[in-house]
Unconditional design. Sequence first.
Length: 387
Amino acid sequence: MIKVIGVIGSGAMGTGIAQVIATAGLEVYIYDSNPVAINVAKDNFKESLEKLVTKNKITAEDASAIESKIIFQSNFKSLDACDLIIEAIVEDLQIKKQVFAELEKIVRKDCVLATNTSSLSIASIAAACQFPERVIGLHFFNPATIMPLVEIVPAIQTAADTILDASSFINFIGKTAVVCKDTPGFIVNRIARPYYGEAIRIMEENIADIATIDWAMKEFGGFKMGPFELMDFIGHDVNYRVTEIVWAQFFYDNKFKPSIAQKRLFEANRFGRKSGIGFYDYREGAATLTPNKDQVLGEYIFTRIISLLINEAIDALYFQIASKDDIELAMLKGVNYPKGLLHWAEELGFGSILENLEELSFEYGDERYRPSVLLKQMVRENRRFFN
Ligand SMILES: NC(=O)c1ccc[n+]([C@@H]2O[C@H](COP(=O)([O-])OP(=O)(O)OC[C@H]3O[C@@H](n4cnc5c(N)ncnc54)[C@H](O)[C@@H]3O)[C@@H](O)[C@H]2O)c1
């Protein structure tokens, strides 16, 4: 039974994860190697809890109860009594491996060691441990206090008991758990790639501008944010890097190829909202862009992007990255998609998705449009995923 939790790294993710755990009533030790980061985290906790009290989401008593569960530590060794440790430090394989190897020297043999990595393989982190069967990925989404999804990612070395312990812990803290294979991008960061990549491709080809593409996805797809708004919101430092890493880890599969346009924004430090400019210009006095609300163009954009998204969801299922239900849940809860992509496939018709992809393949002769084997089988055998 997991009762005492350690979080390593008091940055954006570590702070959010610790708050979620403390809110669930569990004791959480939070450690960071940088004392400045600990002080910033202390202030952020206070501010975040005060906000919740002001908004009447929790009472002042709740806030102090939550605060009392969070114990800041500047001494690594103080994590020795933990039943579970969640690592949320810098995304660097060598540093993470070093931390895991050091952790094993201080914790009990039955302590579960989890990583919140977004892009590294869990197997490679587990390999740093003497007992790799206790290592697992627990991928929270940003901000962890709000986003309900956690991807549970066992490595090939992970023991069944570790998966069970991690799953019951995630359920206990009130998050939605999905289990997925230790593959690049896990579920969400893999399946969502075409939402960004294909939108940029349409812009680069000068078929439509960013405002029109954003409008089309909201108007015809019901997405809360268009691809360019969303990329600017996530930040191109994060979004571009994830794209590049997923592409490289899939051995440079063209399906995941990054774009020059986004690379240039990244190189120019035009990260999006946080830097005042990205695809859109957020600085004072900047002109607002008006979409071209041509219905035929809008439908073309939506159809092209949704076909690639659905194809990727079906391909993830074909390669058993996760179950049907978990693929649906992950996109609903991890990136707020209006519908699960597999249900969407059934609504639009597998045949029409396949036709769209075949037309794009024929036109561009590009691997990125290759239909999933499972999509072809669904059409050929006239099958459905759901009743
Ligand atoms: N930011 C996101 O959107 C997001 C989402 C999901 C997962 N992640 C993953 O979560 C992890 C943390 O990301 P973040 O955005 O919170 O980063 P961050 O830069 O905000 O925080 C990282 C913290 O780790 C600390 N740190 C660095 N090396 C350390 C060490 N050796 N020991 C102890 N502390 C150390 C730093 O001082 C810093 O406070 C990364 O693996 C990232 O890929 C990030």
